[in-house]
Design a protein around this ligand. Structure first.
Ligand SMILES: *[C@@H]1O[C@H](CO)[C@@H](O)[C@H](O)[C@H]1NC(C)=O
Ligand SMILES: *[C@@H]1O[C@H](CO)[C@@H](O)[C@H](O)[C@H]1NC(C)=O
Ligand SMILES: *[C@@H]1O[C@H](CO)[C@@H](O)[C@H](O)[C@H]1NC(C)=O
Length: 355
């Protein structure tokens, strides 16, 4: 009897293990091969070699790019330098990057580890840049004022909160107001790899303002990119390991209610929204396992999708760019400006293409 029970327990254990193994293969899209889809003219952004994890292009064509992310379990080509924010003007014939100076006395530059970024422009045209930072593997949100003349970011404030334990990305809705995704996995220098493997839906979304902080959506298998429609009525959330983009309706009291979800055959990372058309541009990992288990001989691929008419019955999803990692490794984000596409990556280069 005891033997039978041991065998049963062992059998159950093995079945569970097998189940998780197959779910792991699905969640990380382990088996997908990438067919290349090239654009007519692409070149690397000179000077970006250690990631361009997140980027945002202002309506006037100025692009902010965060670079040098150190995320536990994920490759970095430059472990000893602090992260940087670059500025690039998409209107230039041959755009060059410029590192923005960080000013303001309260800021600890050597531990700057920028992750998701988002801008907010107020009525006086003051531009605020909100940056998810991981100093010493903690999470803070740094609020900067962009000073275009000085080519500087003036540090205004550091935000910390117990509902913001491991933030991945944010979308600003005011100078100190934002929605943030907590991915759950980034804590104290290590990746919670067993939990990542098990895929419990730990991840959630928080609304933050100086007056009120609350969880507005939860139960995600790694909530990643987040963004908002140009009219401010809808919030888009990328669920990385479930390969879904969720559309939420945003209410005046900042709560969100689910409206619809779209399924993909790729790990959806960052979402940018074209302010002119409202289209979503998504940086994706066709084969996510290669991002978490880096092998230079077999690097992670890149893929960019465009989603048009997301609110209608039949959204149109177009693969714009795909490449097996020989050229561009681990794309996370893509944004457009006047027929040009800028693609960022977790730890590799950045690519600038004509559409
Ligand atoms: C962009 O992608 C990276 C890589 O997964 C992610 O960690 C980061 O938070 C994303 N940023 C945005 C703006 O979604
Ligand atoms: C927020 O607004 C929505 C829509 O009006 C409403 O259904 C919901 O009950 C409100 N929630 C809170 C907590 O006030
Ligand atoms: C990736 O594609 C290039 C050509 O597009 C090819 O030469 C190379 O062998 C491919 N690499 C892998 C790992 O499939």
């Amino acid at each position: 009897m005891a033997k039978l029970m041991i065998l049963t327990v062992l059998g159950l254990g093995l079945a569970l293990f097998r189940d998780h193994r197959s779910s792991y293969r699905t969640r990380f899209n382990v088996d997908r091969e990438v067919e290349p889809k090239q654009l007519p003219s692409c070149k690397f952004v000179e000077g970006i070699e250690v990631g361009s994890e997140d980027l945002e292009i202002l309506p006037n064509g100025l692009a902010f790019i965060s670079s040098g992310l150190k995320y536990p379990g994920i490759k970095t080509f430059d472990p000893d330098s602090n992260g940087k924010i670059f500025l690039m003007n998409m209107n230039d014939e041959d755009p060059k990057i410029l590192e923005l100076k960080i000013t303001g006395s309260t800021f600890d530059l050597p531990s700057f580890n920028p992750h998701g970024i988002s801008t907010y422009t107020d009525e006086d045209n003051t531009i605020y840049l909100l940056v998810v930072n991981h100093p010493h593997s903690k999470t803070t949100i740094e609020v900067f004022k962009f000073q275009e003349e000085e080519k500087a970011l003036f540090h205004l404030k550091t935000i910390r909160h117990k509902l913001l334990p491991n933030v991945n990305d944010i979308v600003a809705v005011g100078p100190e107001h934002f929605y943030a995704t907590n991915d759950h996995y980034f804590v104290n220098h290590y990746l919670r790899s067993w939990e990542l493997y098990l895929g419990l839906a730990w991840s959630y979304v928080v609304y933050y303002s100086p007056d009120e902080v609350k969880v507005v959506a939860k139960g995600f298998d790694f909530a990643n990119g987040i963004n908002i429609s140009p009219d401010g009525k809808y919030v888009y959330i990328a669920e990385l390991l479930a390969h879904k983009i969720h559309v939420y309706e945003k209410h005046a009291n900042w709560t969100l209610t689910p409206l619809k979800s779209l399924d993909f055959n790729t790990l959806v990372d960052n979402i940018s929204v074209d302010p002119v058309t409202g289209d979503l541009w998504v940086g994706c990992h066709p084969n996510g396992k290669k991002v978490f288990h880096y092998d230079p001989e077999n690097p992670p691929a890149s893929e960019v999708l465009q989603i048009q008419n997301i609110l209608t019955e039949e959204p149109k999803v177009t693969q714009i760019y795909a490449e097996n990692g020989t050229m561009l490794q681990g794309s996370t984000v893509a944004a457009v400006y006047k027929g040009k596409l800028l693609i960022g990556t977790v730890f590799h280069k950045a690519l600038y293409c004509e559409l």
